[in-house]
Ligand binder design. Structure first.
Ligand code: IMP
Length: 192
């Protein structure tokens, strides 16, 4: 039977991507297990926040592998913001639409639209070993939303690798170049 791996996320979009990309594991997320595990992301780096989430999940599932991620968007013209504040850019509990609206306003009149998605993964094994990797995906912030696919900031992110928006591509296509896809492939290399 495949080794159980608990993905410490309540985000359905992320959970779906992890499941697709880790077929060798029996991947479960909090929603599958009926668990609610909300921790405050008090870190100042993606690594610190991913570790906080992984440790909280490991307390609930001490006998399983636990995988946590922290991801976000770094926009050059905003000095790397929103960074670790990406999920709550327009305030605690902000919707994707509110976050996107704030980002487009912040970049109003700005020609340098360069940005990247960053994904930091932390894997905790039952014996407490920490494995951590980071993946990045370069792109540009569009002037308006494009496409119907994806989640979060996807509708305003134009991928330099795919030469189209993340909101305009299938999940499979996005996984080949996404920050999470790249981080996961690095992790799989290490685990091999
Ligand atoms: P986290 O759950 O703290 O990692 O929040 C990350 C933030 O970045 C959320 O607002 C997500 O919607 C956004 N985000 C992370 N990965 C992606 C992605 O692949 N596409 C679009 N938005 C993303």
């Amino acid at each position: 039977m495949a080794q159980r791996l608990i993905v410490a996320t309540a985000n359905a979009g992320k959970a779906r991507e992890f499941k697709k990309m880790l077929p060798a594991f029996d991947v479960c997320c909090f929603a599958d297990l009926g668990v609610h595990c909300d921790v405050e992301e008090t870190g100042t780096t993606f690594y610190e926040n991913a570790l906080i989430k992984a440790k909280a999940a490991a307390e609930l599932f001490p006998h399983d592998f636990v995988l946590a991620d922290d991801s976000g968007l770094e926009v050059d013209a905003l000095g790397g913001a929103p960074g670790v504040y990406t999920a709550r850019y327009a305030g605690e509990g902000a919707s994707d639409d509110e976050n996107i609206a704030k980002l487009l306003i912040a970049l109003n009149g700005e020609e340098n639209r360069r940005a990247r998605f960053v994904c930091r993964l932390v894997l905790l094994s039952p014996d407490g070993k920490i494995t951590s990797v980071q993946g990045e995906s370069e792109g540009r912030i569009l002037y308006e939303k494009r496409g119907e696919d994806g989640f979060g900031y996807d509708p305003v992110f134009f991928s330099e690798d795919l030469k189209k928006g993340f909101g305009e591509c299938s999940e499979e296509e996005k996984n080949t170049v996404s920050h999470r896809g790249r981080a996961l492939r690095k992790l799989m290399e290490i685990l091999r």
